[in-house]
Design a protein around this ligand. Sequence first.
Ligand code: FES
Length: 83
Amino acid sequence: MHDAAHIYLEGASMIVCVCNNISDREIRQAVDLGLSSMAELRRDLGVATCCGKCASCAKDVLHAHLESKTVVTELSFRSAQAA
Ligand code: FES
């Protein structure tokens, strides 16, 4: 039995959902492809569909990446306006 601890792999990737072997990198890639909610991560990747212990961490990864994309988009928009 595991406790959904974050298992670090080489390349600074970590397994977020141990039950389904889903890494933070895969969650970020899914966000880059358009996913934006836990419901979508559950549906498309199976995150948090077994023991559910990864839900909090998966949500953190999801929201952190959504926020970083927003900052990048805003910076890109401002750069485009300044040019
Ligand atoms: S770690 Fe069990 S459902 Fe994700």
